[in-house]
Design a protein around this ligand. Structure first.
Ligand SMILES: [Zn+2]
Length: 415
């Protein structure tokens, strides 16, 4: 029986705080893709992996990878998360999943579990530097489009050049190294452990959540086209006010989303023309972001919202149009692995809380390649992408314990 102590949990937390000091900015944590502090994190993690007897390398997209392989024929799985951050980040988003995985490998070694574990420290998940997320996991999952190499950052450096600069060995980067970055074909499962980044687990006083799916997402640009006129001389019943229509529709978005089960919809951005105090607004553009774990529910809800926009516009004698900018399907986690995780939670005496992830994660990309599972830890205050981001030691201990029990179950019945 392996016990996970609070001392171990506190050690993991201390490691995350230490890694948070490797930053582009003094006094805050900012670690964009392929910047010098990423190398510092790699050096630190590589030392820890080597101390555990793991072999390590950095792949073509700058993902740090470590392999613990007790026997060549062992069941092989992958575990990981990301080490890049948003600007002025917290210490736990992504990094916690990597540091937890190191401790998990240590526990597997102590218990002589016959399992090979590849630890993946993904170099780019947030998409801050090149405005494109999941570059690291795309390469590992074999979903990396080489056209992405021509993306440029704010300094005009292409992704390809950034990779060459990072590796400091220009000759070695090319199609073959992209090919080599792909996951070993014998890898049977991927597990990501991550903070929830939301308030649900805390509101229900729960330590851990089992992710069943990462929600699908639609983003649209709505346009209400009315007619500008004088704010003093145009009587109310003769107006075609695009902003009043947009306001009515925004409230409809909120109430329709509230009526839906686990549906979230947001109008996050609005601009009015001519945007003057004494002119009736002629044109308003709004953003719509709508997410659900069931693509059919998302599509039906979107239809309902657009019908409402047209009805509001028609009643007010104006026009409503919509342009779809993003239509990303939901990604379910593997049901068999989710069962194993549910059993592991039961083994640990913890309640089962299935939940969907409203945010994207590397697990979403990995799930397109192999069976994938994801475990959430409570986020105190529901806070993330913020320097006050935190975790509770007891939740970290629970997550490590459950992950170990999950490994044991995988080894006992790998099919
Ligand atoms: Zn993250």
């Amino acid at each position: 029986m392996i016990a996970v102590s609070l001392a171990t949990a506190n050690h993991i937390i201390a490691e995350c705080w230490l890694l948070a000091t490797f930053s582009e900015d003094q006094g805050q944590t900012t670690r964009r893709f392929l910047t010098p502090p990423v190398l510092q994190v790699h050096d630190h993690l590589r030392q820890r992996m080597n101390a555990l007897g793991m072999t390590t390398h950095t792949d073509a997209l700058g993902n740090l990878r470590g392999l613990w392989q007790p026997h060549a024929e062992s069941l092989r799985i992958a575990i990981g998360s990301h080490i890049d951050t948003v600007p002025n980040a917290g210490a736990f988003d992504g990094v916690l999943g990597v540091v937890l995985a190191l401790e998990l490998i240590r526990l597997a070694q102590l218990a002589s579990l016959p399992v090979a574990i590849e630890l993946l420290a993904f170099s780019e998940e947030e998409g801050v530097r090149f405005a494109t997320p999941f570059l690291g996991s795309r390469a590992v999952a074999g979903r990396f489009d080489p056209a992405l190499l021509q993306l440029t950052d704010q300094d005009g450096i292409t992704l390809e050049q950034a990779i060459r600069n990072f590796h400091l060995e220009a000759a070695s980067f090319g199609p073959a190294s992209l090919e080599a970055a792909q996951l070993h074909p014998r890898t049977r499962a991927f597990l990501e452990i991550h903070i929830e980044q939301g308030p649900v687990l805390e509101a229900e006083d729960l330590s851990l959540g089992l992710v069943t799916a990462i929600v699908g997402q639609t983003r649209c640009a709505l346009n209400f086209l009315g007619h500008a006129n004088h704010a003093g001389t145009t009587p109310m019943h003769l107006r075609r006010d695009a902003l009043a229509a947009a306001a009515e529709w925004t409230l409809a978005v909120e109430s329709i989303a509230r009526e839906g089960q686990n549906l979230v919809a947001t109008v996050g951005k609005i601009s009015a023309q001519p945007n003057a105090a004494n002119v009736i607004p002629s044109q308003v553009q709004l953003s719509l972001d709508i997410r659900h774990s069931d693509d059919a529910v998302r599509a039906a809800s979107l239809r309902q919202l657009l019908d409402r926009a047209e009805a509001i516009a028609a009643r007010r004698g104006i026009q409503a149009t919509c342009q779809t900018l993003l239509d990303q399907p939901a990604i379910p986690m593997d049901p068999h692995l989710a069962d194993r995780l549910a059993q592991a939670l039961a083994d640990a005496g913890l309640p089962l809380r299935p939940m969907t992830s409203g945010a994207g994660h590397d697990a979403m990309v990995m799930a397109t390649r192999l069976p994938t599972a994801m475990l959430f830890l409570r986020s105190p205050g529901g806070l993330s992408h913020h320097p006050d981001e935190a975790v509770r030691p007891a939740d970290v201990a629970n997550a490590l314990h459950v992950a170990f029990l999950f490994l044991q179950r995988l080894v006992a019945s790998p099919e």
